[in-house]
Design a protein around this ligand. Structure first.
Ligand code: C2E
Ligand code: CA
Ligand code: CA
Ligand code: CA
Length: 284
């Protein structure tokens, strides 16, 4: 059986059904993975340009599927997000991230940890209490936790989401807006959000690379400058993610970014592979 949309290619319905069956199976596997040890976290340093120190790391989930091998988060996180599984999924990973943060704390390593939240998580009115409980269980102060969420999380029910964010900020966690610049929001609404950090999306950082056209470079630079121009007035820190080379790092410094994240500093790594030299990274 095939079907054809007016503007699209031929779609094979049978393979669509197969795709659907695959997703249902993967979702069941993911549900099971929450009880086992197939899910782990990698951590990627965020480098503070002023001090040259790594003061925080972002946690990124990895799934070692017993049959399919290592699966990319872009494949299974959206799957979890499409169902209520995203709730236990996020809380499972939050617990893991805070446990690691506590381990570093006990070793005298001063690191904050960032955890990614999905739109659905930040619409949950019980999120602030659950975050507070997880912090208490791990014995980690709220000031050590950053919660990253995308602008698109605000699309559905902004009033409700802002209330959840305000309560999270009141606990003392840091709120970070991820993939900034890719949504539909304007800069003016930032004034109403309890956000302390903006992460400029990788696509704008790409634009600064030598291989980009002059036009892309100009647009990226102008966008980044417009964000950093407002950072003091808005009390925000600006992070650039996806930074792969030193030339781009220096350009981002000139453009007013405070923090750099990307392969130029380190790939995301298991906690035991992040060593002291990573934490004292200095640009040559
Ligand atoms: P994100 O939050 O925007 O994370 C940044 C992604 O960029 C990560 O991909 C990271 O490995 C990658 N990256 C870091 N440095 C560089 C670089 O220099 N160059 C390039 N090209 N890429 C770089 P990853 O780990 O595959 O995660 C993809 C997305 O999956 C994340 O995007 C996030 O949206 C989601 N995700 C990952 N872990 C979690 C999690 O624990 N919870 C939730 N809810 N989402 C997660
Ligand atoms: Ca993120
Ligand atoms: Ca991002
Ligand atoms: Ca992303």
């Amino acid at each position: 059986r095939t079907s054809r949309r007016a503007d699209g290619p031929v779609v094979y319905t049978s393979s669509m059904d197969e795709g659907r069956a695959e997703r249902v199976e993967l979702l069941a596997d993911l549900r099971g993975a929450l009880d086992g040890d197939e899910l782990s976290l990698h951590f990627q340093p965020k480098l503070d340009l002023a001090s040259g120190l790594v003061t925080s790391v972002e946690s990124l989930v990895r799934w070692e599927h017993p049959r399919l091998g290592r699966l990319a988060p872009d494949l299974f996180v959206p799957l979890a997000e499409s169902t209520a599984l995203i709730d236990p999924f996020t809380h499972h990973l939050l617990g893991k991230a805070l446990h690691q943060c506590r381990t570093w704390q006990d070793q005298g390593i001063d690191l904050s940890v960032a955890v990614n939240l999905s739109a659905r998580n930040v619409q949950d009115p019980s999120l602030p209490e659950r975050v507070a409980a997880a912090l208490a269980r791990a014995g980690v102060p709220a000031s050590r936790l950053t919660l990253e969420m995308t602008e698109s999380s605000l699309a559905e029910d902004p009033a409700r989401t802002i209330e959840v964010l305000e309560r999270l900020a009141a606990i003392g966690t840091t709120i970070s807006l991820d993939d900034f610049g890719t949504g539909y929001s304007s800069l003016s609404y930032l004034q109403r959000l309890p956000v302390q950090e903006l992460k400029i999306d990788k696509s704008f950082v790409r634009g600064l690379e030598a291989s980009s056209s002059a036009g892309d470079a100009a647009v990226s630079a102008a966008l980044i400058r417009s964000i950093t121009a407002l950072k003091d007035a808005l009390g925000l820190r600006v992070v650039a993610e996806g930074v792969e080379d030193l030339h781009v790092l220096e350009r981002l410094r000139e453009l007013g970014c405070d923090t750099i994240q990307g392969y130029v500093i380190s790939r995301p790594l298991p906690a035991d592979q992040l060593d002291a030299s990573t934490f004292r990274w200095h640009a040559a």
